[in-house]
Ligand binder design. Structure first.
Ligand code: F6R
Length: 233
């Protein structure tokens, strides 16, 4: 499908899920891939979709940025998802903190919500999902991680292009955490994602390509454009 349809198609999947389950727990990725999806959901809300009963759970957060910092994922979730969808702040959960207790607390939060019904994920050029960089184990849970140099480079835009200004560490849901969502929608757009997407979907299941563990999940939908899939337009 063309790039413009990725967001619309994925939003259709989320909207169908919310129509039948308005109090669903929605796992949200940040980054550029799902922005069109969120914008489309906001448009559907204007057309009558009730998004206000949803609970939002984010995948990850940089360490060292306050929740008020516009480059934080907390700020992204607030301004691009929660506020425009009318989700109150007490039903928005973004991992925060810098130690094992904080990570465990986030796992407990997800458990107390009854788990994630529908998880949206993007994919990094190095095959990461969440901030589970290559080498992450299938059994990993929410924890503090070091970001790969390539991830910091890819994410330098909001930091004025300065790689050194991108936090070197993050807190992220682990692969086991992500895989325990009942349903997963993977979004990928653009040629830069083609190698990672091919390895994730067609290659061996390996910690070298963390997204390949999605092959082990029974309900994953991939929404990708021609460039990411490497198929003719
Ligand atoms: C973001 C996240 C990351 C991104 C991935 C792709 O919460 O967990 O795994 O989904 O880095 O980022 P974009 O969409 O900006 O190419």
């Amino acid at each position: 499908m063309p790039r413009a349809e990725v967001g619309r198609t994925a939003a259709g999947i989320v909207a169908d899920a919310l129509s039948s389950s308005p109090a669903a727990v929605l796992g949200v990725a940040t980054g550029s891939s799902p922005l069109a999806l969120y914008a489309d959901l906001v448009a559907r809300r204007a057309d009558g979709l009730d998004t206000t009963g949803v609970t939002l759970v984010a995948l990850d957060e940089y360490l060292g940025l306050s929740a008020d910092d516009p480059r934080s994922y907390a700020a992204y979730v607030r301004s691009s998802i929660a506020e425009p969808l009318g989700v109150p702040a007490d039903r928005v959960h973004v991992p925060t903190g810098s130690n094992d207790d904080d990570a465990l607390a986030f796992e407990r939060t997800i458990a107390s919500l009854g788990g994630v019904d529908l998880q949206i994920v993007g994919i990094g050029r190095n095959g990461h999902i969440g901030f589970n960089e290559p080498g992450s184990e299938r059994t990993s849970r929410t924890r503090i991680v070091e970001l790969a140099e390539s991830t910091r480079r890819d994410n330098a835009g909001p930091f004025g292009g300065d790689v050194d200004a991108v936090p070197a560490r993050a807190i992220t849901q682990g692969l086991a955490t992500i895989l325990s969502a009942r349903r997963i929608v993977l979004l990928a757009s653009g040629e830069a994602k083609a190698d990672a997407l091919r390895a994730a979907l067609m290659g061996p299941v390996t910690a070298d390509v963390p997204a390949s563990f999605l092959q082990l999940h029974p309900d994953v939908t991939v929404v990708a454009d021609h460039e990411a899939l490497g198929t003719p337009a």
